[in-house]
Design a protein. Sequence first.
Length: 504
Amino acid sequence: MAHATPHWLFGDQLGPHFLAPDGQQGPDRGAPVVMIEARSVFRRRRFHRAKAHLVLSAMRHRAAELGERVTYVRAETYREGLRRAVGDAPVTVCHPTSYAALRLVRSLPGVRVLPARGFLVGHEEFAGWAGKLGGKRLLQESFYHWVRERHDLLMDGGRPAGGRFNHDHDNREPPPRGATALDVPGPYRPREDDVDAEVRADLDRWEREGAVRFVGRDGPRRFPATRREALSALRRFVAHRLSSFGPYEDAMLAGDPVMAHSLLSSSMNLGLLHPAECVERAERAWREGDVPVNSAEGFVRQVAGWREYVWQLYWHFGDAYRHGNALGHTRELPAYFAELDADAVTARCLSGVLAQVRDTGWTHHIPRLMVLGSHALQRGWDPAAVTDWFHRCFVDGYDWVMLPNVVGMSQYADGGRMTTKPYTSGGAYIHRMSDLCEGCAFRPTERTGPRACPYTAGYWAFLHRHRHRLSGNARMRRAVQGLDRLADLDDVLRQERRRGDEVP
């Protein structure tokens, strides 16, 4: 259609649902497509090499699929690329996923911003739900119930499947005793092609020229870069891994970092999969008797509950939310953490998880929260720097993903607007939920001395540092009172002051 307005696709809007026409709410039918690969994105920030490779591979694969319909521009900036692609002609674009990108498109003449896509709940729907609460706390659990009911998702005759919305009680099993890996088929693994080779050659050249710098390792590609690959990964997860996902979704094994997790977050965040098709397949597997209700519910909770909640809070709280620092944490990230230098770390849990990030750009949610995030919180690192690190170093990390997850949940930097307590613990939790303490030079039960666990000692030092604030928190009051029962508290505090940010 010669008269159709061109439609601009960002690199996280790669699925077919971003081109589906929908009257005034969508792009024109058969609209020409514009895609822009902006080098400035990689100049500004030091991303994980595997993430850069995945994003560029996905974009170039999508351009190849669109063929002559797309104008694909490699430019220094988005402004330059759009000017080269369409000149002064008008374009449409789906609502971007970050404040920075939204400011950009709104500053460009001739760009019409369409409603956001790739989520179950629209901004207006969420505003309506939040408005009915009359200023009360926007609890994730209440939001999750509302989404389930509104979308008739995992509902059984008006009641939640299995008789309750929340099956967390059945989904907190430690790993099987003595196991080094879960007894489940491995996840889907894509095969690289000529597009991947071209991307890798470009990244190598950019690094040699000094144009960009990366962190972490790249290759072979582990995550889908095309719609076809993403669908294959979804089918394999539901057919072979979902049934084991639920019970062990919080467990960790040193030799099995993937466990039974889906590895679909990057595919959803690139727009290759729509969350609706993911949760609907999980529900169908339960209805057909292929998976237990707790596993289906655990996956649905992550996608329709947490992912949607995080997306909405990102926009609801506003851009100033990123500057939250309620605990006054200002310490810089130490070099070993910033550089993903896992080999420098003695603590087996932290070393192992950092190695996973270094080698793959991914870990599941418990290592992120209770190993990486908990350590940063205990050490008092600047939450903005921690958020930036997670954004850059994870293949599924985007501003909207990491801002609420890190500022709100992991670092409690919003003072409790999002979660009701700081998420940190001593080594006992890691010991209970993993095999990561086995063979470690530290002991989760020891607070002082050469074998004192950095997490156990760090936990008590953190509680003491913020005792006044946390003593008024109903969920933390008992833990804070535990400080009075530690005969060696002064020794712990002196030890942790000496440790500072030395490599644990």
